[in-house]
Design a protein around this ligand. Structure first.
Ligand code: DGL
Length: 260
């Protein structure tokens, strides 16, 4: 089916999922929405998140999308049940990748880095109870990290110092896996690698989420049979400069972001 896939985040973070989507499903057209005007979602209450996410989803549905990837852990935690109960298309959410981290940990000590909203959600609580019963699971709220990525302040020494401070207590706990539970954080992977011991594996759940997307498209007979070039569209509810420059970093092409 040649309708586009919709994908959204509170801001630029969902591009860390978008890049895997377009790589692994190269025939699919994609509409990306950055809800920059309402970023960050992390500190908002569940009803507040449902209200803003609902608007984004209505917009994407007006663009005739066949499936929506909720490329935001916080929005998944707060709103995925509501979305699935309300709209008649498949929704793919972000899963905290606690299971592979727990299974592969040698030190039996792992950590999840995410927003407050994600840790408050029942998805995180259930996943950690189910898969992390025989490891020590440490949680860390990624204070200021969303803001750093939104402002494209990734490669400066203040950011490195801040990340160092955030990671220090986890290093002390001898973790060997760090799960990135927010789609903004993969853009900080290089900084994280710099400050973490070499033995710490950093897990980005995006490839697994796109694998699931592909499976659901196939099961529902929704895969594109288009032999033409896919079309990529980008929308933002606010500022779009950083979005534009991150898209350029990923694709090496200039795309216009339409501000709504
Ligand atoms: N990228 C987000 C996530 O995966 C949202 C961050 C935020 O808006 O607080 O959780």
């Amino acid at each position: 089916m040649n309708k586009p896939i919709g994908i959204f985040d509170s801001g630029v973070g969902g591009l860390s999922v978008w890049r895997h989507l377009v790589k692994d499903l190269p025939n699919e057209s994609v509409v990306y929405f950055a809800d920059t005007a309402n970023c960050p979602y992390g500190p908002k209450s569940q009803p507040e998140i449902i209200a803003v996410v609902d608007k984004v989803v209505r917009f994407l549905i007006s663009k005739n999308v066949k499936l929506i990837v909720v490329a935001c852990n916080t929005a998944t935690a707060a709103a995925i049940d509501y979305l699935r109960a309300t709209y008649n298309i498949p929704f793919i959410g972000m899963e905290p990748a606690v299971k592979p981290a727990a299974l592969n940990s040698k030190t039996k000590s792992i950590a999840v880095l995410a927003t407050e909203g994600t840790f408050n959600g029942k998805l995180y609580i259930e996943t950690s109870q189910r898969f992390a019963s025989d490891v020590d699971l440490h949680i860390k709220i990624g204070d200021k990290l969303v803001d750093i990525v939104e402002k494209n302040q990734i490669n400066n020494s203040e950011t490195e110092n801040h990340v160092k401070e955030l990671m220090a207590p986890l290093i002390q706990k001898n973790i060997d896996h760090l799960v990135l539970g927010c789609t903004h954080y993969p853009f900080l992977t290089e900084v994280l690698k710099k400050v973490l011991p070499a033995k710490v594996h950093i897990i980005d759940p995006a490839p697994a989420v796109i694998k699931q997307t592909s499976k659901i498209l196939e099961e529902n007979n929704l895969l594109s049979n288009n032999s033409l070039k896919p079309v990529y569209e980008f929308y933002s509810s606010g500022e779009s400069q950083v979005l534009q420059s991150l898209i350029f970093n990923i694709t090496n092409k200039k795309y216009i972001v339409k501000s709504l």
